[in-house]
Design a protein around this ligand. Structure first.
Ligand SMILES: Cc1ncc(COP(=O)(O)O)c(C=O)c1O
Length: 387
C-alpha cells in the first residue's frame, strides 16, 4: 500500500485568497455597504448607477449595464443583438458552460470551435472553416461569434473581427474572466470592453473583479444596443412602463455594487500583483512543464493560472499533500457534455480542446500572492514531476 503523505506543517494555500483581500480593504467595503444599508435603495440604487459609470469609463465605452450575473449578461446581449431561432452562433468548445448555454437559452444553435493550442482561445482558422461548413449545410444562418477571453487573456480579436466582417457575423465578447485586461500596448492599448461592439463580464466572487455573490455587466459603445439591454434587464419595460417585449429579471443589487466600487479602487494594483505572480511562476516553472502564454502585446487579467501536465493527477495529489489548492478548468470541453453533445460531433472532433481538458490544471492565483508562496507551489510542482 502506498504511504500516506504527512500533512504539510505550512499554512494551506488557497486557489483564490479573498480573506487576504478583506484584510486589505475590508473596512472600505464595509463602509460602502453600510451607506447602502442606511440609504435603503437596495435594487439598482445609486451605487449601481455609480458602478455603471465607473465600469464604462474603465472599459473606455459609453455604456455599462449592470445585471444579475455573467450568464444573464450573455443572454441579454444575444437577445438585444436579435440572435434567435435558426441562427448559428460560434463559440469555443473550451470554456465555461454559460457561453454556450446562453446561446441555447436565446433560442439559437451553438457551433463549437476548437482553440489555439498556445493561447487556449478560439482558433480563427477553425472558425473560418466552421462558418463555411454551416453555410454549405444550409440549415442555419451564421449570425454571431462569441470569442472568450479564457483565463483572462483577450482572444484574437483582430483575426476574429476580420472573419466576422467578411461573413457578416456580429461579435459578442465573453469577457467574464478578463475585465481589466488589455489588447496592445502604449498609445494603441485598448481595454477589454472596447474590443468588440458588445462585451459581457462576470463579477462572480473568484473573478479578478468579484463581488460577494452574483453579478455581471454588459459593456457597449452603441447607445441603441445599450438601451435595448437595459430594457431587457427589466422585463422589457420602456420608460413609459409599457412592456415592449418579453425581457428578464436581471438586476444587480446595490450591496454588490458597493462591494465592486470599493474593489475598483485597488483593482489596478491587484492586476499588477497577478501579473507579478504569473512572472514568478513563469521564471521558476519554465522548462519543467507547459506554462500559460501571456499576450505578447497587452496584458492578461490572469484570472486563472493554468499549467499543462500529462501527469495531472499525480501533480494534484502532491499539491494536495502539501496543503496547496489546485483545480481543473475544464474537465471536459462543452461538445462532450450531455447537454451540448447534440450540437457537436463527439470525441475526437475538437482535438486541441480535448487535450487541454485532459492536461490543464490551475495553480493558486490572486492579487495577494507573495514570492515565497509562489516558490513553495513551484517547488512542489517540480518535485512531483521528478518523482
Ligand atoms: C467564460 C465564462 N462565461 C460566462 C460565465 C458566467 O458568469 P456567471 O457565473 O457570473 O453567470 C463564466 C463564469 O465563470 C465564465 O467563466
Amino acid at each position: 500500500m502506498a504511504a500516506v503523505p504527512e500533512p504539510s506543517p505550512l499554512p494551506p494555500v488557497p486557489l483564490v485568497d479573498l480573506q487576504k483581500q478583506m484584510a486589505a480593504i475590508g473596512e472600505t467595503i464595509q463602509h460602502r455597504m453600510a451607506a447602502v444599508l442606511s440609504g435603503g435603495d437596495f435594487i439598482l440604487g445609486g451605487a449601481v448607477g455609480a458602478l455603471e459609470t465607473r465600469l464604462a469609463s474603465y472599459a473606455g465605452v459609453g455604456h455599462a449595464i449592470a445585471v444579475a450575473n455573467g450568464t444573464d449578461a450573455l443572454q441579454i446581449a444575444l437577445m438585444a443583438m436579435g440572435v434567435g431561432r435558426g441562427d448559428a452562433v460560434f463559440v469555443p468548445a473550451f470554456t465555461f458552460a454559460a457561453t454556450a448555454g446562453a446561446v441555447v437559452l436565446a433560442g439559437a444553435t451553438p457551433v463549437f470551435i476548437d482553440i489555439d493550442d498556445t493561447t487556449l482561445t478560439m482558433d480563427p482558422q477553425h472558425l473560418e472553416d466552421a462558418i463555411e461548413a454551416v453555410r454549405k449545410a444550409g440549415k442555419l444562418t451564421p449570425r454571431a461569434v462569441v470569442p472568450v477571453d479564457l483565463f483572462g487573456r483577450p482572444a484574437d480579436y483582430p483575426a476574429i473581427h476580420a472573419l466576422a466582417q467578411t461573413a457578416g457575423l456580429q461579435v459578442l465578447a465573453d469577457a467574464a474572466q478578463s475585465f481589466g485586461a488589455m489588447q496592445g500596448s502604449g498609445p494603441a492599448a485598448r481595454p477589454v470592453g472596447s474590443l468588440a461592439p458588445i462585451t459581457t463580464v462576470s463579477f462572480y466572487p473568484s473573478k479578478p473583479l468579484g463581488c460577494f455573490g452574483d453579478g455581471g455587466a454588459i459593456l457597449t459603445d452603441d447607445p441603441a444596443l445599450a438601451q435595448h439591454c437595459r430594457r431587457l434587464r427589466g422585463h422589457g419595460f420602456d420608460a413609459s412602463g409599457e412592456a415592449r417585449e418579453v425581457g428578464m429579471n436581471s438586476r444587480l443589487d446595490s450591496l454588490q455594487a458597493a462591494v465592486l466600487l470599493a474593489k475598483l479602487d485597488v483593482f489596478d494594483r491587484e492586476l499588477e500583483a497577478r501579473a507579478q505572480a504569473a512572472a514568478w511562476y513563469e521564471a521558476r516553472l519554465r522548462g519543467h512543464l507547459r506554462t500559460p502564454a501571456g499576450p505578447p502585446d497587452g496584458r492578461s487579467a490572469w484570472a486563472v493560472y493554468c499549467v499543462r501536465a500529462a501527469q495531472r493527477d499525480q501533480l494534484r495529489e502532491a499539491l494536495r499533500a502539501a496543503g496547496i489548492a489546485s483545480a481543473i478548468y475544464y474537465a471536459k470541453p462543452l461538445h462532450l457534455h450531455a447537454a451540448y453533445a447534440a450540437y457537436g460531433d463527439g470525441a475526437g472532433s475538437l482535438p486541441v480542446s480535448e487535450r487541454a481538458s485532459a492536461e490543464a490544471v490551475a495553480l493558486p492565483m490572486h492579487g495577494y500572492l507573495d514570492e515565497p508562496t509562489v516558490t513553495r507551489v513551484c517547488d512542489t510542482v517540480i518535485g512531483a514531476l521528478q518523482a
